[in-house]
Design a protein around this ligand. Structure first.
Ligand SMILES: Cc1cc2nc3c(=O)[nH]c(=O)nc-3n(C[C@H](O)[C@H](O)[C@H](O)COP(=O)(O)OP(=O)(O)OC[C@H]3O[C@@H](n4cnc5c(N)ncnc54)[C@H](O)[C@@H]3O)c2cc1C
Length: 449
């Protein structure tokens, strides 16, 4: 028998997206219960989870501004106006991400999550229920099955609306697939990732350039590093799980040391505890989730990674999830009490965009690990900057559209395809960007963009 309605809205998952969503809803006057399987990270250590830090850009910052938390977060970010590419021969090259003043920003995942939780609670309308794992859902009655991680006790709670923000392995999405026939595809990358910390210099300070996203591109694999507030860097190694050059092959200290020595020697210089770090951290998996529909009438809805997990190479997963919350807010504004229409509208506005950023994230993996070290790619980027300067209202590069504007991801994806055709034509036969035929460029840009 269904239990009585206990609160108007349940949010499953109190991660980044769940916490932002709760605040949006509270600002619209709704109360919510947020079920989170982990403990309260503000009071106890819950582990770092998926990545120690991440990059927030315009879409994410816009959502934080809408819920009134941007000013609280900004003092804790580190600006990254470009990537610092570390070549195998020891040369470094700084490649700006966009025009002057445009940057993505490194922020601590747990630090951000804590601020978001506190911000949500401060509204007075959000109740976090920690150590509460949702194990299932009855769609007939909109009842959640919940298990306490403290004592294993099980209970049920019924809600008018249930919003699933329980991440890439979402229980709510799997239940929608099993009970409602929702289409879900989950494709796992054959690469995994491992984090190692490059500590701050003795007495504080950053061992390598603070204001950059560092990349050591090595063809099929790469190392990246993002700065942390207190001077350390979180370095992430992306490598296949299996094969000659893989996590499976890095199975003892000597193998790890000699791999870093041969590939990332300038990083190794600053990571004194490399092997402890390496064997002390898990090897993470990466998945792309494409699912649909994300809703059951006006009663259940998926957002964030639960709906559309993507691989991390465009730095957009969280940004996209925060944009979901902003768009849902617009739909609720538009449709008032009509939740069926609001969820339907939300899905039709977001699905194609989520698929587009999923595809761009996979493409960016190849760009980061391989192309950034390639002379043709570097030429194209320089020509792209010339085009942007010459035709600023027409030629806005895809990376800029994704990271520094709120242009729908689908539109950015499609413009990017056209831009690549233009670059292919203009870069063939030249070796330096200054030789680009601007008259031809003007014709192409005007005709195609
Ligand atoms: C290595 C790596 C680097 C990344 N870098 C970036 C980046 O630079 N920029 C960016 O924008 N994105 C990045 N991402 C993506 C980003 O981490 C995700 O998109 C983001 O965390 C999604 O937030 P979410 O709240 O939807 O899911 P999650 O962060 O996964 O949160 C889900 C929450 O639900 C809880 N939960 C799960 N199941 C249950 C359950 N059954 N019951 C109750 N609670 C549950 C979890 O404990 C968690 O708190 C990166 C991802 C990875 C793996």
């Amino acid at each position: 028998m269904a239990t009585p309605v206990t609160a108007p809205i349940a949010i499953v998952g109190g991660g980044l997206v769940g916490s932002v969503l709760a605040t949006y809803l509270a600002r619209r006057g709704f109360q919510s219960d947020v079920f989170e399987r982990r403990g309260d990270m503000r009071r106890e250590s819950v582990g770092e989870g998926r990545s120690i830090n991440l990059a927030i850009s315009v879409r994410g910052l816009h959502a934080l501004e809408e819920i009134g938390l941007k000013d609280e977060v900004l003092p804790h970010i580190i600006q990254m106006p470009g990537r610092m590419v570390h070549m195998l021969d020891g040369r470094n090259q700084f490649q700006p991400y966009g025009a002057s003043g445009q940057c993505i920003n490194s922020v601590s995942r747990n630090g951000l999550n804590k601020m978001l939780m506190t911000g949500a609670e401060k509204t007075g309308r959000v109740r976090f229920q920690f150590y509460s794992t949702v194990t299932g859902i009855d769609f007939e009655t909109n009842t959640l099955q919940i298990m306490s991680e403290r004592d294993g006790k099980r209970r049920e709670a019924t809600y008018e609306r249930i919003l699933g923000t329980d991440g890439s392995a979402s229980v709510i999405r799997h239940a929608m697939r099993d009970s409602m026939g929702v289409d879900t595809s989950e494709s796992h990358l054959s690469h995994g990732y491992k984090e190692v910390v490059m500590p701050a210099l003795p007495g504080g300070g950053f061992a390598i350039e603070k204001n950059a996203l560092h990349i050591w591109p090595r063809g099929k694999d790469m190392l990246i590093a993002l700065p942390n507030e207190e001077g350390s860097f979180t370095c992430t190694l992306f490598l296949p799980f299996e094969g000659e050059r893989s996590f499976a092959a890095l199975n003892d200290k000597a193998a790890v040391e000699s791999f870093f020595e041969s590939q990332f020697v300038d990083a190794l210089d600053h990571i004194p505890n490399l092997t402890e770090e390496f064997f002390g951290h898990p090897t993470g998996k990466m998945v792309t989730v494409k699912a649909g529909p994300w809703f059951v009438k006006g009663r259940v809805l998926l957002l964030g990674d639960a709906a559309h997990a993507i691989v991390p190479f465009f730095g957009q997963g969280m940004n996209c999830g925060f944009e979901d919350c902003s768009v849902l807010n617009e739909c609720l504004e538009k449709w008032g009490e009509d939740w069926d229409a609001a969820f339907d509208d939300f899905y039709s506005r977001r699905k194609s965009n989520a698929d587009a950023i999923a595809d761009m994230a996979i493409e960016n993996f190849i760009e980061m690990r391989d192309k950034v070290a390639d002379t043709r790619f570097q030429l194209e980027k320089k020509v792209e900057r010339l085009l942007q300067a010459a035709f600023p209202s027409r030629y806005v590069p895809r990376y800029t559209l994704v990271s520094f504007t709120r242009t729908p991801y689908r539109e950015a994806y499609e413009k990017g395809l056209i831009q690549q055709k233009i670059l292919d034509e203009l870069c063939d036969g030249i070796e330096i960007a200054e030789d680009v035929d601007i008259a031809r460029a003007k014709k192409l840009v005007e005709a195609m963009l």
